[in-house]
Write a protein that binds this ligand. Structure first.
Ligand code: CU
Length: 222
């Protein structure tokens, strides 16, 4: 319904993909860190066993332990680098996500919000006239039924406007200065007495509804 929604969908896809990659990166980093810690721990335990069994001298043990210590210092440095990298990626991603989702959400909520069109129910025009012919117009998302009304010049018709949809709708005939507005599940009535033949368009005046299909025509004949 809106070309901007396609772009937002693409952006959402990119965001999901991006965060998916970040999540995979974090998971890999954590498992790698756990494995390297477990690795240096078990290497040290093995050295202690070999020392206890007299397979290596205390000097060899210390030299080997220094090597392990050095290795774990190296892996600790790699871990810190990885953590900093993840934090930077996370911050940048977070900013992109906040800006992207914010503008996307704002755009979508703006569209939906205006389409919701919370107006005040009521009537602009004449009240129903007892005994006059009645026509019933039903509003749904996003159509009128019927889409064509036939009136005669000088003849009064009561229009009963039923909202059988889930949104607020109007029956608006600008050329005749006539409007009925109703909430979902409600009905509003008024009367029309056209004094000129012609074709008069009626629409729902909630932004976007006429474009979505809520249009019809009143044909007035002499
Ligand atoms: Cu509407």
């Amino acid at each position: 319904m809106n070309p901007a929604l396609g772009i937002s969908g693409l952006r959402l896809g990119l965001l999901v993909g991006f965060w998916g990659l970040v999540a995979v990166g974090v998971a890999l980093g954590i498992s790698w860190a756990l494995r390297s810690l477990a690795g240096s721990g078990s290497a040290r335990r093995m050295l202690q066993m070999r020392l206890a069994r007299g397979e290596i001298s205390p000097d060899e043990y210390r030299a080997a332990e220094d090597a392990i210590g050095g290795a774990s210092v190296t892996s600790a440095g790699a871990l810190i680098a990885l953590a900093i990298g993840l934090v930077v990626v996370g911050l940048v991603g977070g900013i992109i996500a906040a800006v992207g989702v914010g503008s996307m959400g704002g755009g979508m909520m703006g569209d939906v919000g205006s389409m919701m069109g919370s107006g005040s129910p009521g009537r602009s025009g004449a009240a129903p006239v007892p005994g006059a012919r009645q026509v019933r117009v039903v509003a749904r998302e996003f159509s009128f039924e019927p889409v064509e009304l036939h009136l005669r010049v000088g003849q009064t018709v009561n229009v009963r406007f039923d909202d059988e949809g889930r949104l607020f709708h109007t029956f608006t005939v600008s050329a005749l200065h006539f409007e009925l507005r109703t909430d979902p599940g409600q009905a509003v009535a008024g009367s029309l007495r056209p004094d000129k033949a012609g074709r008069y368009q009626f629409i729902c005046s909630v932004p976007g509804h006429a474009a979505a299909g809520m249009r019809g025509i009143i044909v007035v004949t002499g």
